[in-house]
Every structure is written in structure tokens, then in C-alpha cells.
Design a protein around this ligand. Sequence first.
Ligand code: GLN
Length: 485
Amino acid sequence: MIHRNSLTQLAAGLRAGKFSSVELVRAYLARIEASQPALNAFISVTGAQALEAAHAADRDIAAGRGGALTGVPIAHKDLFCTAGVRTTCGSRMLDSFVSPYDATVVAKLKAAGAVTLGKLNMDEFAMGSSNETSYFGPVRNPWNPEFVPGGSSGGSAAAVAARLVPAATATDTGGSIRQPAALCGITGIKPTYGRVSRYGMIAFASSLDQGGVLTTSAQDAALMLREMAGFDPKDSTSVDAPVPDYVAELEAPLAGLKVGLIKEFLDEGLDRENERRIRDAVAVLERLGASLCEVSLPNLPRSVPVYYVVAPAECSSNLARYDGVRFGHRCKDPRDLQDLYRRSRGEGFGAEVKRRIMTGTYVLSAGYYDAYYLKAQRVRQLIAADFKHAFGEVDVLVGPTSPTAAFRVGAKTADPITMYLNDIYTIGANLAGLPALSVPCGFVEGLPVGLQIVGPHFAEARILNVAHRYQLETDWHLKAPERFS
Ligand code: GLN
């Protein structure tokens, strides 16, 4: 029953000597092993290293040493580099890649005392919304294994929802933390661009990628984020600003808070039952003293086309390094250099990654650069300006996280455009670099849906505060899928 504890409770229980880290790690490793055939949430499980770290954590606790997370088990999305443990990015290209160093996020969580149980499945190179593009096979939704968990951090979300770990790292380029959080009924935060170091986080689209966390509550997310965030001289886009104590700011009352419901998100693409759950959630915020208005961000509906120019462009540049020479899978017995490039990349990358690279090289090519890439960058600025204007009027923006609850495995794989539309409500925050989170706010036909809360730059404390207050009034975040509860 240890797995029913939140991350915060586990950290406190360890310090109080209620259980040992070794006990916790054994219990969670057993859950991971038992769930693997049904969920496929993990790519690598590092049991031996975890037990060793747990013993060390128990010694630290006994000696009165240690950090905020000493002895607490967690797991990392498999695109955070981990020294000595393979990091695949969900791709055959990096099937056997073992990083010589830890990503900053990994190093910081280690320094806080967290114990890593393994590496989590994900869409290949974080491209996808359903975790079906992984070379290591699809991840299943713990609420119903016939449904997808969302993506690209599907392994992270499924693992937290099934209580295989109390928290997991994740990344969000266009929604990959928030959308799987919504589809798996958990809490996920994407911080402001630059808040969390990208050093050692394998790049997809560098101007959009941001690391964050998936947990069962806003309180746990605040604790994890506090330990992960901060300036890193090794990441030139990381921001040199102090990290607030997100945990200390959770309780602030919501009286007087101005909440803007994003008008463009209540469009015809939104499932009507889902809309009802959002309106119910907003009513809870009003009961807590927040005032509500509808806000229009007229350029926001252009997010998806803008993203699918900018993200592939950056991906085509970032993924050029996987040439079979310096990085990545190398084909057998190449005839010559061209053959080596062609076959290594042809064999190493899956279909979705190839589609993105081709789109990206096309929009960046001479003659099309102005028409596509430059135009997309301009519209990106308009979207950012819409948000800026909105935050002149309200403190936070709210809306749905995704248009529908989870869909069946295989239902959208044949049509990339339908798949891309999953992120229609999440991409805007990435284009503008804003912090945004998703909290569970109910169920539609037995599957969870999420409420999205977006804040101004560096307002993580505020959106976590709103989410925490909401979770004090509701119990959606406490619900776990029956077979894993
Ligand atoms: N689903 C979006 C994509 O496929 C976003 C992915 C992400 O946030 N990493 O690109």
C-alpha cells in the first residue's frame, strides 16, 4: 500500500523513519515488473543501481544528512542522458547509446537525493501524441490498455498514473507533458522556457523544448520542480533568476484572482462532455473567490500550422548529427559514404521522424524559407503578443488540455494531421515560452480529462498555487486506475 502515498508523503515518511528507501525501491520495482507486459512504460529498469542508491540514502537519512528527496524513487523520460545507463530517445538510432554524463536535471535530482528506477518509454525523439512512434513499442493507458496514454511522455504519464513511481521527469515541446497528464488523469507542469536546464536533454526543437515533471498532485509537482529548476551555465538559454520555493507558495488564497477562459479553446473541436468538465472546474475556482471572464486570443488557432513549420525545421537541424559516423546507429558493411548515410539514417529513424526531417528541410530550403519558416516565425510573435495582451487583463488563463479523452491504440496512426490536432490547446504555451500545467478534472466515458492552467513567464508558483487550491477542493487527482490502485 506504500504506493498510495504521494511523493511529498514518501519524502516525509522516509525522514520520519516510517519506511526505508530500500523498502520503497523494492516495492516500486515489483510494481514495475508486474506492469511491464500490460503497459510497457519502461525502456530500461535499473534495479541493481537503484538498490545501491537506496542503501546509501538510508545511511544518509540515519545520519541526518540528505536533501528534500532523499531515498524517494523516481524515473526519467528516456531522453535525459544518464551516465552509464543507456538513453535511447525511443529510437533505434540510439538503441545502444550510453551517455558519458548526466543531464543537469538528472544530476540535480540525484543531488536532492532521489533514487532513479529506470528510463521511461516515449515517442521516438519526442515526436508524437500517443506514444505509438516508439521503437520499443506503444505504451498503454493504465485506465484502459486498449487506449493510448498520450505522448510523447506516455511512459512517464502511464508510470505515474499506475503508481509505478510517484514522479517522473518529462519534456514538453508542443504538449508532451500536459496532454499525457490529461489522458492519464495526473498532474503535469511545463515550466517557462529557460526555467529548467536543457543540458543533456536530447534536442528535438530547441526553441520549444522544456523539461518538466509528471506527478499525482500539484504539491508534488512543486516539490520536484523546485529541485529541478535553476540556472545552468551549460545551457545558454537557461535563465539566471532565483528559483522560488514553489512548495511554500502553494497555499495562497485565490480570492481576487482573475481567471480568463480562453474563448478559442471552446471551439467545435472540443468534445462537449469535456467542455462540461472544464466549466465545472472553473466554477470551483470561482467558489474559491476567483473572478472569471472570457478572453480572446485571436491568433491562437494558428498554433498548429505554425508549430508544424517551426518544430520540423529545428528538428531537421538537430537530428542532422545522427549520421552513423559521429552519432547513432551505423548500418552494416556500407559500400561508400553515401550508402553509410542513407542506410544508417534509413534504418535508425522511424516513419514519423523521417516525415518531420523532410518537412523541416523543405521549409528551410532556398525559395521556401520566406514563405514558410519566416512566415511561421512572424505568426509565432503574434501568438506571443496575444498572450501578453491577455495577461494584462487576467492572472491566469484556463481551458481544456486536449480536445478529447484518450483514443484507442491505432485509431489515429494512419492520419498524421488528425494526430497533430491533439495538441491544438497546448502548443500555444510552447510557442510563447509560457509555463502551463494540466490537472485532472473529471472523466468522460471512464477516461480522464484535464484542465489546463497557463501563466505569464516565470509564474510557475501562481499556476501551481491555483492547481493546488483546486485539488484541495476536488479528489480527481486521488483517483487511480482500479487494477493499479
Ligand atoms: N505531439 C507534438 C509533436 O508530435 C508535441 C510533442 C512534444 O511536446 N514533444 O510534436
